[in-house]
Design a protein around this ligand. Structure first.
Ligand SMILES: O=C(O)[C@H](O)[C@@H](O)[C@H](O)[C@H](O)COP(=O)(O)O
Length: 359
């Protein structure tokens, strides 16, 4: 199942307590948090190095100190809204008077749906940080974990205000558990990796516990990585880290979704059979129209079981069309993936004015 080794090393200080460093290297256990606590010697400092985190900078840094870490296995063993207000004349389709006066953004409130349009990317980033921090605060007061699912794309740079004061200090990062909505099947240090994107732009700047970051096993095939990720999520549902919906699906506290110019969300592309997947929680694609071709992705049943979804969209390459299809009075016959985002919980749209330009 897993290899366990205790490596004791004398503290570099002449006096003071000695610690035992227990290194868990798991080749099969999908994630650290479901390992039984009873296996750890009392007083141990624990480091987890599972195949999932192989080549993960976070974990590598844990071992950069002079600790007698004996190689336990060869690398070969490591596999792994009704519109409120009148049309404005200024380019943005619609605004509430109060919101314009206050923040320069437009707001639409419908049943569990809120649409906000921002004059600039900077304004969007400021509002997104407040939204996430407020939600983190609210959820963390009611339970011990705040489960957040990240996308790739421009989302990560739009999280930049969250890593600055006041939020860097005020958010209770210890409750955060981070997942990926979709991931490219590439090594974690590859330029196409959504893990790398998130690590460089967000995770490396906030004190989220490394053991609460659930990246894919990049040593597996697309199919294997999808199965492995689903097993990981199932363990976390079982151990109540992730809440459960009434229908037994994982109910993430917050999914942060981007959208491509073709209307795709996650790695669920227009016209693809995966849009109809009802059984799997996590699936894989080998013919993604957006490179790279091999990816894993959460499916619509899981996406729509979320407690909160934030759709974060900049209109840089034709996103206004799909946004109009989803929020306007578009008559298109083919349903785009973005139109299938319909969570049981709350849906908040964060759009820049270009993305909202056809509304
Ligand atoms: O891996 C991916 O490709 C992303 O996770 C993807 O789902 C992304 O969120 C959208 O493509 C939007 O990307 P942009 O924000 O770059 O338009």
């Amino acid at each position: 199942m897993f290899h366990l080794e205790n490596c004791s090393k004398k503290s570099p200080l002449k006096s003071g307590p000695q610690i035992t460093l227990t290194v868990i290297i798991s080749t099969t256990a999908p994630c650290p948090s479901h390992l039984p606590l009873s296996i750890y010697p009392p007083g141990s400092a624990l480091c987890f190095l599972s195949s999932r985190f192989h080549r993960t900078p976070y974990y590598a840094s844990l071992f950069s100190r002079p600790v007698a870490l004996k190689a336990l296995a060869s690398s070969a063993d490591f596999r792994g809204a009704s519109v409120v207000g009148a049309k404005s004349g200024g380019g943005i389709g619609w605004r509430t008077k109060a919101a314009v006066a206050d923040t320069g953004m437009a707001t639409e409130k419908g049943e569990g749906k809120k649409v906000s349009v921002f004059d600039s990317e900077e304004d969007l980033a400021v509002a997104l940080a407040k939204y996430i921090a407020d939600l983190s605060d609210k959820v963390s007061k009611t339970k011990s974990s705040f489960t957040v699912v990240l996308s790739g794309g421009c989302l990560i740079k739009l999280l930049r205000k969250l890593v600055e004061p006041p939020y860097i200090d005020s958010v209770d990062w210890s409750t955060w558990h981070v997942f990926w909505l979709d991931e490219r099947v590439v090594p974690k240090d590859h330029v196409d990796s959504n893990y790398k994107l998130a690590f460089d732009g967000f995770l490396s700047k906030v004190p989220i516990l490394p053991g609460n970051v659930y990246s894919i096993n990049d040593a597996l095939s697309a199919e294997g990585a999808a199965d492995d990720y689903e097993i990981c999520v199932k363990h976390l549902v079982k151990s109540n880290v992730i809440a459960t919906s009434e229908s037994g699906l994982p109910k993430f506290d917050l999914m942060l979704l981007g959208m491509g110019p073709d209307g795709h969300v996650a790695s669920l592309f227009p016209g693809h059979p995966l849009l109809k997947e009802k059984e799997k929680w996590v699936t894989f694609i080998k013919d993604s129209p957006k490179p790279p071709p091999e990816r894993i992705t959460f499916t619509f049943p899981v996406i729509n079981a979320s407690a909160h979804i934030a759709l974060v969209i900049l209109g840089t390459a034709g996103e206004a069309g799909p946004v109009h299809a989803a929020l306007g009075n578009s008559q298109n016959s083919d349903v785009l993936p973005i139109q299938m985002v319909s969570p049981a919980g709350e849906l908040a749209w964060f759009l820049d004015k270009e993305a909202a330009s056809k509304l």
